[in-house]
Design a protein around this ligand. Structure first.
Ligand code: CUO
Length: 627
């Protein structure tokens, strides 16, 4: 069977899931393997942060992953679609398709088209619905409606938090890295999964703070005090699987104990994690001491904090991060007294919308940073690359070292996710951030007399804080966004490296719509769904401001011979896209250095000049928003 045939058999299963009835395939008619699924009722919001939901979803994706062949997979998927919760079906089906060898090249449709109600405000969907009913013989395009106003200062960031593409990214990342992934069962390793959990979310926090500074706002405050009154958030989303709104959190609510978890549990787990960081040691579930050492410490802590299947002791260290999502999502109806839906924090495809997401992840990131602070700063020797000097680094765009950002228009097709009863298209027009295309020009001198192989690392960070003061490198490092990382051969003598921003190792290059996938566009035997977990390329750089906000571009070359992990992950791995955030499929993470190197550790230098070695360059870059 060709990939195209597989693709066309798979796509209908992802259509009109918001219209499924409550009917379940009776147990007697089900394949034996599916006897023990279907507990979470249809119409309920599935949360992969909730232990019980996740347990059932894991059971399902493991069954689907274990299907004998593609036909068997289709048979199980068809039955599962008629049995399990809608959100759980999409999650489990996507995890299975993404990881099965016989699904290589098959692409699952974008989540925003499968469940547009998780991305588009309900007023807009309702408007589209009325237009479609009034004009059944026409294609419909409606405008996206605003979800708030400036009376809420945080609303200034709504364009970012409610962006379709970053929410899609977050959903996809958690599909590639399921918390419950069991390598022994799936026979596939997820190299440095705990560390990647830390790093991908650390980068999201850094990006959000850069965006805040672009908007003249202070960096976010962590959500450390679990008894604090929270700021409110109203998502304006209605879940169409039930017709019930996503929960709104009015200003001033606090977290409350839930049936499954208490605030005290959270505080206890956090204390234990602090102890582990201070003592540089954790207790595994046999009571054995495991060192939180320089090499594996961050990976151990990432798994512990999330927590994932790889947590050394879930019973003792709990599941701090996941329950934090559930607790904040349930703050408006903790006891379920009003049978409300949870808020957007309960789901990976919606949680980025809520300002509390970033405050919660800042708290977790501070835990990881506490550990990183305890490590010695990199020495000059660890930072340098003898024989290689970076002479200059320039951003080439219309004007050198100036990047223009703007809001551009896109359209989202609703009809695959929502049945409007029309054969015509029903679209929403919305605006999102984008930037002009640019490239890096890096001039390097190789004085070693022979060919060298370099890893080129490119970062961007704001130069000034919210008050206009020069940021100290140790504060600036936490705002550093990785823009790119790639391998380059350097001949002896002078070299000029040119690299386009679209080739970035953090972003995805192509993404296909439901319609394109249906018509066979983008179907490619070598494509890999794994790759689509990268950061959206339109969001590569922060917005900047109208005057032109000053950032620093940091370029560093390190010795690739030392960074290279060898084997499949060494260079030409299949998914060249987005390896920084997504790793390389079934291979080692393609860089031996700690993620975020060299900014993952404390910088004691007084200023950035003192930190620099000859293999680094720093350039002022302005980002100018023409909005
Ligand atoms: Cu990705 Cu909290 O895990 O969001």
């Amino acid at each position: 069977m060709t990939v195209k045939e597989k693709q066309s058999r798979l796509l209908p299963l992802f259509k009109h899931l918001t219209s499924l009835t409550r009917d379940q395939l009776p147990v007697g008619l089900r394949d034996d393997r599916l006897k023990d699924v279907g507990h979470l009722p249809r119409g309920t919001l599935f949360s992969l942060f909730h232990a019980k939901h996740l347990e059932e979803a894991t059971h399902l994706y493991e069954i689907l992953y274990g299907a004998k062949d593609f036909d068997d997979l289709m048979h199980l998927l068809e039955q599962a679609r008629n049995t399990v919760n809608e959100g759980m079906f999409v999650y489990a089906a996507t995890v299975a398709v993404l990881h099965r060898d016989d699904c290589r090249g098959v692409t699952v449709p974008p989540i925003e088209e499968v469940f547009p109600d998780r991305f588009i405000p309900v007023e807009t969907i309702r408007h589209a619905d009325k237009e479609a009913a009034a004009h059944p013989d026409k294609d419909i395009v409606v405008e996206f409606e605003e979800t708030g106003n400036i009376l809420d200062p945080e609303y200034r960031l709504a364009y970012y938090r409610e962006d379709v593409s970053i929410n899609r990214h977050h959903w996809h990342w958690h599909i590639v890295y399921p918390a419950t992934w069991r390598p022994e069962f799936m026979h596939k390793e997820k190299d440095r999964k705990g560390e990647l959990f830390y790093y991908m979310h650390q980068q999201m926090c850094a990006r959000y703070d850069c965006e805040r500074l672009s908007n003249g706002m202070h960096r976010m405050f962590p959500f450390n005090d679990f008894h604090e009154e929270l700021e409110g958030y109203s998502p304006h989303l209605t879940s169409l699987i039930s017709g019930l709104n996503y929960g709104t959190r009015p200003d001033g609510l606090k977290l409350h104990d839930l049936h499954d978890v208490t605030i005290q549990d959270m505080e206890r787990w956090r204390e234990r994690i602090h102890d582990a960081i201070d003592l540089k040691m954790v207790h595994d579930h046999h009571g054995k001491e495991v060192a939180v050492d320089d090499e594996h410490g961050i990976d151990i802590l990432g798994a512990l904090v999330e927590s994932s299947h790889e947590s050394v002791n879930q019973g003792f260290y709990g599941s701090l991060h996941n329950w934090g999502h559930v607790l904040t999502a349930r703050a408006h109806d903790p006891e379920g007294k009003f049978h409300e839906n949870p808020g957007v924090m309960s789901d990976t495809s919606t949680s980025l919308r809520d300002p509390i997401f970033y405050r919660w992840h800042r708290t977790l990131d501070n835990l990881f940073q506490e550990y990183k602070e305890s490590l010695s700063p990199y020495t000059k020797e660890e930072l340098s690359f003898p024989g290689v000097e970076v002479l200059s680094a320039t951003v080439k765009a219309k004007t050198d070292n100036v990047i223009i950002t703007s809001m551009v228009e896109s359209e989202l097709e609703l009809t695959h996710g929502i049945n409007f009863g029309t054969d015509h298209s029903v679209k929403v027009k919305y605006n999102h951030l984008d930037h002009e295309s640019f490239s890096y020009q890096i001039k390097v001198e190789n004085t070693s007399g022979s060919t060298k192989h370099a890893t080129v690392r490119v970062f961007l960070a704001p130069k000034y804080d919210e008050l206009g003061n020069l940021l100290h490198p140790n504060d600036q490092r936490r705002l550093c966004i990785e823009l790119d990382k790639f391998h380059k051969e350097l001949k002896a003598g002078k070299n000029e490296i040119t690299r386009n921003s679209v080739d970035s190792s953090v972003t995805i290059s192509t993404l296909h719509t439901f319609d394109e996938l249906e018509s066979g566009v983008g179907v490619n035997e070598n494509a890999d769904e794994y790759c689509s977990c990268g950061w959206p390329k339109n969001m590569l750089v922060p917005r900047g401001n109208n005057k032109g906000m000053t950032f620093e571009l940091f370029v560093m070359l390190t010795d690739w011979e030392h960074d290279n992990v060898g084997g499949k992950g060494s260079d030409n791995h299949m998914c060249d896209d987005a390896v920084s955030y997504c790793g390389a499929k079934d291979s080692k993470y393609p860089d031996k250095k700690p993620m975020g190197f060299p900014f993952d550790r404390r910088i004691d230098a007084h200023d950035i000049e003192e930190f620099l070695t000859p293999n680094m360059a720093l350039t002022d870059v302005k980002i100018k928003f023409e909005g």
